[in-house]
Write a protein that binds this ligand. Structure first.
Ligand SMILES: *Cc1c(COP(=O)(O)O)cnc(C)c1O
Length: 421
């Protein structure tokens, strides 16, 4: 079925009440029929609900629907995008291992990989997302993940997804892509050879800035890459914490299975069923919204490109942009999402313009139906050193816009007055 139909129906079987809207199952736990039933569920002889840290019927619909939209096999919802990213990495790597990451990453992903994971004994090595040829020199037998964003936030680059995943596949390494900004509406990384897709559901999925959540999706057939692969011994050897389960020996998608049984069980960054329900509402209109976000961002970018005070506009939908060809190649109908940025000559000028806008809210978020403006150097990227700022493409005079769903004419008029104020 087509995307928009799946967005409304996938993963939900109506209950005996015929409930049209997916019910919110607010419950901590579930009653077992008897001791044997309980034992079967714990032994995975039967699949079913145990405890909401592990599974929940509302979250189950969100996971199934999202997996369908991404064209994946299975998904795990998490408490936030950051926990989905952490789980994707922690499920593959342990102390002594390394991961190879694009330098152009979300601020939280950068601090996670270069600082927090370091304390877990996992080393991050960085490549320029525009230079996949740098990756091979960084790989060794301890490399467990190649991690990048399809459409980077906030530097707004478009990765050559097929080139990066081809390198990962050549070395039998897991590729993980953060598809938050592109969304499965514009880009389907599995079609280009990626293994794991992660998202912050807090952005376009919820769509109206309503809730924090994340999701991790596993591609179809990933078991073939993991089975017998020496890099991932923990998927091929008995898990002592789960009575000797070998993840690649059971007929369930192994990456999400281990995320659920081991990481959700022990680390517990689980999504609230209420938030899953909000994400389900968001998915119904995701495709419709992404068209409008993209059209508004393009109109703003075209306006800014002609403005004398603006030295550079970063929007992959503009033919002048270095990412234009990749956007045409990887994004549906070349639409380029709602994120754009532009450069003024100094941090000072940028601050003035941000403060002079009236319609845009100064918020560190993206993907809301209401337009957002940010000055990354003083907010989201404040913790990064000057070298780290330059490396991830965030100069001091950069302003980022997340184009909302207001009328494009009003959004442009507000920028015009702010730039002239
Ligand atoms: C926001 C964001 C994240 C983090 O997601 P949270 O839900 O805020 O934890 C990760 N990656 C990208 C690209 C993001 O925009």
């Amino acid at each position: 079925m087509e995307f928009q139909t799946e967005a409304l129906h996938a993963g939900y079987e109506k209950d005996a009440q015929g409930t049209m809207a997916v019910p919110i199952y607010m419950t901590t736990a579930y009653e077992f029929r008897d001791v044997e039933h309980a034992a079967n569920l714990f032994a995975l002889k039967e699949l079913g609900n145990i405890y909401t840290r592990l599974n929940n019927p509302t979250t189950d619909v969100f996971e199934k629907r999202f997996a369908t939209l991404e064209g994946g096999e299975a998904a795990i919802a998490t408490a936030s995008g950051m926990s989905a990213i952490f789980y994707a990495i922690a499920n593959a790597a342990e102390a002594g291992d390394n991961i190879v990451c694009a330098s152009q990453l979300y601020g939280g992903s950068l601090t996670l990989s270069s600082h927090t994971l370091k304390r877990f004994g996992i080393e991050a090595r960085f490549f320029d997302v525009h230079r996949p040829e740098e990756i091979e020199a960084l790989i060794d037998e301890k490399t467990k993940v190649i991690f990048f964003e399809s459409l980077t936030n906030p530097s707004i680059d478009v990765a050559d997804i097929a080139a990066i995943s081809a390198i990962a596949n050549k070395h039998n390494i897991l590729s993980v892509v953060d598809n938050t900004v592109a969304t499965p509406v514009l880009c389907r990384p599995f079609a280009h050879g990626v293994d794991i897709v992660v998202h912050s559901a807090s952005k376009y999925t919820t769509g109206q800035g309503l809730a924090i959540g994340g999701i991790l999706v596993e591609r179809k057939g990933l078991v073939d890459k993991l089975k017998g692969n020496d890099r991932y011994a923990h998927f091929n050897e008995p898990d002592a914490s789960y009575h000797g389960l070998v993840y690649t020996d059971v007929p369930l998608p192994p990456f999400t299975l281990r995320t659920r049984l081991s990481l959700l069980r022990d680390l517990g960054a689980v999504v609230s069923p209420f938030n899953s329900w909000l994400f389900i509402q968001g998915m119904e209109t995701l495709a419709l919204r992404m068209k409008e976000h993209s059209a508004n961002a393009l109109a703003i970018a075209e306006y800014l490109e002609e403005h004398p005070k603006v030295s550079k506009v970063n929007y992959p939908g503009l033919p002048s942009n270095a990412n234009y060809d990749n956007a045409q190649l990887y994004f549906d109908e070349g639409r380029a999402s709602g994120l754009l940025s532009f450069e003024l000559n100094s941090a000072d000028e940028a601050t003035k313009v941000v403060d002079a806008t009236k319609l845009y809210s100064l918020v560190v978020n993206i993907g809301d139906s209401k337009s957002i403006i940010t000055h990354p150097a003083s907010t989201t990227h404040q913790q990064l050193s000057t070298e780290e700022l330059d490396a991830c493409g965030v100069p001091a005079g950069l302003i980022r816009i997340s184009a909302g769903l207001e009328s494009a004419a009003d959004l442009i008029e507000d920028l015009r007055q702010a730039l002239e104020a």
